[in-house]
Ligand binder design. Structure first.
Ligand code: NAD
Ligand code: TYD
Length: 352
């Protein structure tokens, strides 16, 4: 197996930590560099099991700092990048869009520039892998699925910033011949997700008997994939994806928010030994998210047929595994929900 020096950005976050773990453990001959700014969403405790591995290195850098990126590439001469670092929460993007432009757009362009300078004159064996989202395709209203060819139609500041970064990645391939590959994935769930997102937030609130704030009528539809299956897909695309291609990743696993929440409630009742229906009583309908996308649904046939990837877990198994992880890792939850996050929660949900 060819030795590689890979820069993974956002490795201290939710999905990034699963990708870093998979690569560090599965490829001991690869040198893995995890670059992360450690925002509120970045947590090195997600990686304690591999932090002493000889092929793992951590660097704390903000992607907005172009000089730091250039110096890092000069020092280490990475041959590939897997770019996950981003501001990722739609509600925060509605409150503070500029932060999303800085990290997701300017940060991505800075990273592309650093790679371009380092690789100029020799693009052989190089790869810039950009991790994106299904949200760039907009909102589905009349059935159907997002294909790789679906025109971009982002509706939130978050998805607009991700769409912009995707366009820059493609533009750098076209203009500077940087070898790129992109994936657009559906909603992930699993261990280590920051509890501002639906699944861990609701698990934590049920445990603490707090209201479950359902936006609007809870009729919005999302397509849910277990995070380790996303990391497995990234592994497959990194090694076998065709340069210049986009692959959609999803679980063919659509749920209305209310349907998903009821599964979480009934599973929690079982695990906590509560009477059937007890946790559902916590459901509280609150003011809808501004511009709330109705439905996302990925057609994942391309990656399945061309690269042989498929999800390893059924949803029922994945969600139970996920709930058990949060139950068994209360200290992780307590640490990330203390401090600044408590203020965020009060502000975001006050008066909703
Ligand atoms: P996350 O918010 O959990 O983690 C993001 C990580 O990026 C954090 O560790 C954070 O510290 C780091 N980061 C943020 N700004 C940075 C900066 N300026 N410089 C360096 N590091 C910075 O996000 P996630 O859910 O793990 O998402 C990872 C990627 O996957 C994102 O690009 C996201 O758009 C994409 N994605 C997420 C989902 C999902 O359901 N969560 C689905 C599809 C695609
Ligand atoms: P989220 O986890 O924020 O992911 P995304 O917006 O990227 O899909 O939200 C998933 C769905 O759950 C989305 O339709 C918004 C909804 N939602 C709520 O109803 N209440 C909440 O408190 C949160 C955070 C989300």
């Amino acid at each position: 197996m060819t030795k590689r020096k890979i820069l993974i950005t956002g490795g201290a976050g939710f999905i990034g930590s699963h990708v870093v773990r998979l690569f560090v453990n599965k490829y001991p001959d690869y040198e893995i560099y995890n670059l992360d700014k450690l925002t509120y969403a970045g947590n090195l405790k997600n990686l304690t099991d591999i932090e002493n591995a000889p092929n793992y290195h951590f660097v704390k850098i903000d992607l907005v700092d172009a000089l730091a990126l250039t110096n890092l590439f000069n020092e280490h001469q990475f041959d590939s990048v897997i770019h996950l670092a981003a501001e990722s929460h739609v509600d925060r993007s509605i409150t503070n869009p500029l932060e999303f432009v800085m990290t997701n757009v300017v940060g991505t362009v800075n990273l592309l520039n650093a790679a371009k300078e380092c690789w100029k004159g020799n693009m052989e064996g190089k790869l810039f892998y950009h991790v994106s989202t299904d949200e760039v395709y907009g909102s589905l209203h009349d059935g159907g699925f997002f294909l790789e060819t679906t025109p971009y139609d982002p509706q939130s500041p978050y998805s607009a910033s991700k769409a912009s970064s995707d366009h820059f990645v493609r533009a750098y391939q076209n203009t500077y011949k940087i070898p790129v590959v992109l994936t657009n994935c559906s909603n992930n769930y699993g261990p280590n997700q920051f509890p501002e997102k639906l699944v861990p937030l609701f698990i934590n609130n049920i445990r603490n008997n707090k209201p479950l704030p359902v936006y609007g009528k809870g009729e919005n539809v999302r397509d849910w994939l277990y995070v380790v299956d996303h990391a497995r897909a990234i592994d497959v695309v990194y090694h076998n994806g065709k340069i210049g291609e986009t692959y959609n990743i999803g679980g063919f696993n659509e749920w209305t928010n209310l349907g998903l929440i009821k599964v979480i409630c009934s599973t929690m009742d079982k695990i906590l030994g509560r009477p059937v229906g007890e946790s559902e009583k916590l459901i509280t309908y609150v003011t809808d998210r501004a511009g709330h996308d109705l439905r996302y649904a990925i057609d994942a046939n391309k990656i399945m047929k061309e690269l042989g990837w498929e999800p390893s877990l059924q949803f029922e198994e994945g969600i139970e595994k996920t709930i058990n992880w949060y139950m068994d890792n209360q200290q992780w939850m307590d640490e990330v929900t203390s401090g600044d996050y408590a203020n965020y929660y009060d502000t975001m949900y006050k008066g909703r």
